[in-house]
Write a protein that binds this ligand. Structure first.
Ligand SMILES: Nc1nc2c(ncn2[C@@H]2O[C@H](COP(=O)(O)OP(=O)(O)OP(=O)(O)O)[C@@H](O)[C@H]2O)c(=O)[nH]1
Ligand SMILES: [Mg+2]
Length: 445
C-alpha cells in the first residue's frame, strides 16, 4: 500500500492486544508505531511494526504471558518498565507533533497501563497533541470487562490530553459482517480516518487544491478541542449517490463510531470526496448549516474540506466531532461498572463471612455485656435531624436494591447511590449521612 504524506509528524503507541493490533494497522499505512504488551505471543503475531519497536513490559513478574485481564497488574507492569518504554519512544521520536495511543479499556495491560504512560507523555511531550484512542467493550464482554473499562476511563478523563477519541466495539452490532472481520474492520477504519485527515491536510494536497480544503492548522484545532471525540463515516456503493442520505448518515448516531451527544461538540469537521458532479455544494452547505443549528455552542469550531476527484468511483463522507462533553455510553459503562464492582465485592465478602462462620466463633460478641447493636442505635438517636428542601420533580429513584438505592438528581445533573449500612443511610453524591437525597429516599422507602 503506498504511504501517503501527512500534515503532522505522528507516532502511534498501541498498548495491550487490541491497542497493538490497531497500532499495527496504522503501521501498514506508513505511520511510525510502537506496540507494548505484557503478552509476548501477542506481539509476535503483529505484521508491520518492526521487532525493535515491540516492547514486552512486566516480564519479571508476568513472564511474558499477559496479565489475564487485571488492570492493576497492567498498571504495575507499565510503572516498573516505564523507563524502558520511554527509551524506545525517544529513539523513534524526531519532533513528534501528534501521539495517538490506541488501547482497549476493558482488558488488563491496556486498561491499567495506558493511563500511566499517557500521564507521562502529557508531561514529557507537552507541546505535542496527545490523543488516547480508547476502545469501549461490548456489553456482552462481561462484568469484569465493564469494571475494567469504568476504572480506566475514570483515570483517563483526569489526564491532560488533547481529546479522548472513542471507538466502540458495540458498533459491531450495527454492522452486518462475519465475526472474525469485525475487530479488523474497526481497527482499519480508525487508522484510515486518521490517515485521511492527515493526508488531506498535508502540503502535497493543500498546495494543489483551491477552495475548501482542511489545512494543518485546522486539523490541530479539531484534534485539540478536549473532552471526547469520534469519527462518523458513510460511503456510497457507486457513483450514483443520494448525497443527502450519505451526509445524514455520517452526521447521525448510526454513522458514528461511539455514542456521543454531538449537540455538545465544540469542534466539528466534515470531509467530502467523490466525482465532482456528485458533490453538490448546496446539499453540503445545507447539511452543515443544519448541524450547526443543532450545536449548543454557537461559536463551535467548524471546518469543511471538499475534494472533487473524477477518478473516484464512490462518494465518501468523513465527519469528526471533538470537544464533546457527554457520552451516554460512557455514563452507562460507569454506572454498570459501579454496580458490577459492588456485586463482585459483595460476593467475595459473602464467601469471607461464610468462612468466618465455619471456622471461628466471635466469643466477645457472645459474652459482651454491652452488645454492639445498642450502642449504634444510641449514636443514631444523638444525631439531630436536619430538614432539607426537597424538590420532588428533580430527584428520582432509578433502581432499588437491598442495601442501595440509585437516584438521579437533575438539578446537579448526576446519578449516584444512597447506601443503607446497618440501618443508616449514606449518600455518595453529597458524601453525607444527612442530606436532601437521604430524606427523599427515606420518605419513599
Ligand atoms: N476493536 C478491537 N477490539 C479488540 C481487539 N482485540 C481485543 N479487543 C477488545 O479488547 C478488550 C480486551 O482487551 P485486550 O486488548 O485484549 O486486553 P489487554 O490489554 O491485552 O490485556 P490482557 O490480555 O489482560 O493482558 C475486549 O473488549 C475485546 O473485545 C482488536 O483487535 N480490535
Ligand atoms: Mg492481552
Amino acid at each position: 500500500m503506498p504511504v501517503r504524506s501527512k500534515s503532522l509528524n505522528t507516532l502511534v503507541i498501541g498498548i495491550g492486544q487490541c491497542g497493538s493490533n490497531i497500532a499495527d494497522t496504522f503501521a501498514e499505512l506508513g505511520f511510525k508505531a510502537i506496540a507494548i504488551n505484557t503478552a509476548e505471543g501477542d506481539l509476535r503475531l503483529l505484521s508491520n511494526i518492526p521487532n525493535n519497536r515491540r516492547i514486552v513490559i512486566g516480564r519479571d513478574r508476568f513472564h511474558g504471558g499477559g496479565v489475564g485481564g487485571n488492570p492493576s497488574n497492567g498498571r504495575t507492569a507499565m510503572e516498573n518498565d516505564l523507563d524502558k518504554v520511554l527509551d524506545v519512544i525517544e529513539e523513534v521520536n524526531h519532533n513528534i507533533e501528534l501521539v495517538i495511543i490506541p488501547y482497549a479499556t476493558g482488558g488488563g495491560t491496556g486498561s491499567g497501563g495506558a493511563p500511566v504512560l499517557i500521564e507521562k507523555l502529557t508531561e514529557k511531550f507537552s507541546d505535542s497533541l496527545i490523543i488516547p484512542l480508547a476502545v469501549l467493550p461490548l456489553p456482552e464482554d462481561g462484568a469484569t470487562t465493564i469494571v475494567n473499562s469504568a476504572y480506566s476511563l475514570s483515570k483517563l478523563v483526569k489526564l491532560d490530553t488533547s481529546c479522548i477519541f472513542l471507538a466502540d466495539n458495540d458498533w459491531i452490532r450495527r454492522s452486518d459482517m462475519p465475526i472474525d472481520e469485525t475487530y479488523d474492520r474497526i481497527n482499519k477504519s480508525m487508522a484510515k480516518y486518521f490517515d485521511d485527515i492527515l493526508y488531506l491536510s498535508s502540503k502535497e494536497v493543500v498546495s494543489n487544491k483551491k477552495g475548501d480544503v482542511l489545512d494543518r492548522g485546522d486539523v490541530i484545532n479539531l484534534l485539540s478541542a478536549g473532552a471526547y471525540g469520534t469519527f462518523g463515516y458513510a460511503k456510497s456503493k457507486n457513483k450514483e449517490v443520494a448525497l443527502e442520505a450519505l451526509l445524514d448518515k455520517a452526521l447521525s448516531p448510526s454513522g458514528l463510531y461511539a455514542d456521543l451527544d454531538i449537540r455538545l461538540a465544540n469542534a466539528f469537521g466534515l470531509i467530502c470526496r467523490g466525482p465532482s458532479n456528485a458533490l453538490r455544494a448546496s446539499t453540503i452547505f445545507n447539511k452543515i448549516r443544519e448541524m450547526v443549528l443543532k450545536l449548543e455552542n454557537k461559536s463551535a469550531y467548524i471546518r469543511r474540506g471538499v475534494y472533487p476527484n473524477d477518478s473516484l468511483q464512490n462518494v465518501e463522507i468523513l465527519t469528526i466531532f471533538t470537544g464533546v462533553t457527554r457520552s451516554p455510553r460512557i455514563q452507562e459503562i460507569i454506572r454498570q461498572g459501579k454496580l458490577a464492582y459492588e456485586e463482585i465485592i459483595n460476593a467475595k465478602q459473602k464467601r469471607v463471612e461464610e468462612t468466618l462462620l465455619a471456622d471461628e466463633f466471635d466469643l466477645d460478641a457472645v459474652y459482651s455485656r454491652k452488645p454492639k447493636a445498642i450502642s449504634i442505635k444510641e449514636e443514631i438517636v444523638e444525631e439531630l435531624p436536619t430538614v432539607h428542601k426537597i424538590d420532588l420533580d428533580t430527584i428520582e429513584i432509578l433502581d432499588k436494591f437491598e442495601n442501595r438505592i440509585i437516584i438521579q438528581d437533575r438539578t446537579i445533573g448526576r446519578i449516584g447511590d444512597v447506601y443503607i449500612v446497618k440501618g443508616e443511610y449514606f449518600c455518595e453524591l453529597c458524601n453525607s449521612k444527612d442530606c436532601k437525597h437521604i430524606e427523599f429516599v427515606s420518605n419513599m422507602n
